[in-house]
Structure formats: C-alpha cells, structure tokens
Design a binder for this molecule. Structure first.
Ligand code: AMP
Ligand code: ZN
Length: 115
C-alpha cells in the first residue's frame, strides 16, 4: 500500500485524530493554514473528487455529516470552509480523496491563479 492517507488510516503513520466512524477518519493537517485545519477522508481509497461515481458517492454525504458533527462539537458557529483540491491545477498533493475543514479565522475569497 503506497498511499499516505491509507497508511494513516491503518495506523502505520501517526496522526492526530479528531473524528472517526466506520467510514470516515479525520485528523489534524500537519501544515495548518488556519487555527483549525482538519482533513476528512474516506476509509476506502478513492483517488479524488474526479473518481466519485454513483457507486461510491454515498461516502461524500457521510464525510459532510462528520464535518457537521465536528463543527458543532468545536462550536464553529461563526463559520468554516470545506475545500477539496482535485488534480494538478488545484494543487492536490495526496491522491486519496480528502476534504479540508478550515476555521478559526476570517477568510478572504479568491481563486489564486499564480498568474
Ligand atoms: P492537498 O494539497 O489538497 O492534496 O492536501 C494534502 C494535505 O495533506 C496538505 O494540507 C498537507 O499539509 C497534508 N498532509 C500531508 N502529509 C500529512 C501527514 N502526514 N499528516 C497530516 N497531514 C498531512
Ligand atoms: Zn489511499
């Protein structure tokens, strides 16, 4: 198994867990870009948002349900952002579907192009 996040789920690489159920695992991002920065991942390997199909799409709802639970538990009442980067242009670095939960700061809004 070569996938970094599959190794995290298997406990072969340490992580700081913030949530877990039968289908979803969530942990602190190692390089946070905001005071709260967690990653929510499916326990089954899916390479990214472009690999969602009618057969596996149910996991997306389970992940967002987990995000809502954590947001409530952590009282993120003033707001939060959920991001998934897919593919090279978006800067996806780990090819295992993941949703960034970002909170704890007032955020701007721009699609940074680097141009
Ligand atoms: P992306 O760039 O959208 O593919 O997101 C990958 C995220 O995984 C980045 O925000 C990294 O900081 C994070 N990351 C990489 N390795 C680890 C790790 N071992 N533990 C926690 N987060 C990680
Ligand atoms: Zn994986």
């Amino acid at each position: 198994m070569e996938c970094l996040f599959c190794k995290i789920i298997a406990g072969e690489i340490p992580s700081t867990k913030v949530y877990e159920d039968e289908f979803v695992y969530a942990f602190k991002d190692i390089n946070p870009i905001a005071p709260i920065h967690y990653l929510f991942i499916p326990k089954t390997h899916i390479s990214g948002a472009s690999a969602i199909t009618p057969e596996n799409a149910e996991i997306v709802g389970k992940i967002f349900t987990a995000i809502a639970k954590v947001a409530a538990a952590e009282k993120l009442d003033s707001g939060f952002r959920v991001i998934t980067n897919c593919g090279e242009d978006a800067g996806q670095t780990v090819p295992h579907l993941h949703f960034h939960l970002i909170a704890g700061t007032k955020m701007g809004w721009s699609a940074e192009t680097g141009a």
